[in-house]
Design a protein around this ligand. Sequence first.
Ligand SMILES: Nc1ncnc2c1ncn2[C@@H]1O[C@H](COP(=O)(O)OP(=O)(O)OP(=O)(O)O)[C@@H](O)[C@H]1O
Ligand SMILES: [Mg+2]
Length: 335
Amino acid sequence: MMDTQNRERLLDVRALTVEIDGRNGPAIVVDGIDLHVDKGETLGVVGESGCGKSLTMLSLMRLLPNKIKVAKGTATFAGRDLQTMSNAELRKVRGGDIGFVFQDPMTSLNPVMRVGDQICEPLIYHRRMKKSEARVRAVELLRLVGIPGPEERLQAFPHELSGGMRQRVMIAIGLACNPKLLIADEPTTALDVTIQAQIVDLVKDLRAKLGMSVVWITHDLALIAGLVDRVAVLYAGTVVEDAPVDELYARPSHPYTRGLLSSIPKLSDPPASRLSSIGGTPPEPGRRPKGCPFAPRCPLVEAVCHEKVPRLEPLSGSSNHRAACFVVQRMQEAA
Ligand SMILES: Nc1ncnc2c1ncn2[C@@H]1O[C@H](COP(=O)(O)OP(=O)(O)OP(=O)(O)O)[C@@H](O)[C@H]1O
Ligand SMILES: [Mg+2]
């Protein structure tokens, strides 16, 4: 675990709010998120489908789809404001200092372009490499992400590769320009378990070699336990808990986090209890409850939870473990 003092802040997201223009007016999908990543640090962003993980990251890069926009908040990268910098400046950051691995390699790789050309593109654009230099680097990158026969693979089209290979190509593109920060959005979904583990190990290795920071987005807390330094748990577009990863496992506090952790099956569990999960579904955009967004599903819910929105507050005895829950906060005070 790294020293938490004196670290350089690389990414700093404050009160980020994203809205979708719907038939009944704007609906909030990301509701005042605070996140940060320090130099060399790996942050896991965890939460179930639809909680706003991808939109949060796309908004940082100003890649939000039509009718979805940032309504409030700031995001800075190495001290520079991502929301207000010019398009030209942003293009330099995107794919340069910040590498992206998008959620779905089937749709985000260009199906009619050879893999080699797709890896060379950012090198030619961001690093002003000649085509021949870029190809040498592309071979190096494919080797780095564990693709056998990289020279021949450069000629392949995406459909000629397996799902795991395509995912590795996406990671190679994300890493092409030696980014200071790699944002990987569910880079292993849809892959089988052994390949998922291989890709986690690969990123771990590369992080150590290249000294980059990583944001790893997932719904699978167990997968990233050995990879991340800190975890932010998202629920319905808000951070409900954040903590160093060991602390989160030792002392999960928000009822949602506890639910997520208890739905991770252990081999020692009797078969019937292995897949206990949280009942109910998250609120749809535009139908957020008035108080805590988790209240309708929460086993500990109290009257106040339906009235007010809890703030993310440090837990007693810890400066870097925070939870947004009235019940947890009250129990802490009482203890
Ligand atoms: N293009 C879009 N148009 C309308 N609604 C959208 C669009 N993209 C996302 N949403 C909605 O915004 C919310 C957040 O979506 P987002 O893709 O950020 O979720 P996610 O946490 O990445 O989920 P997943 O784990 O499934 O990838 C969801 O309710 C989703 O339905
Ligand atoms: Mg997503």
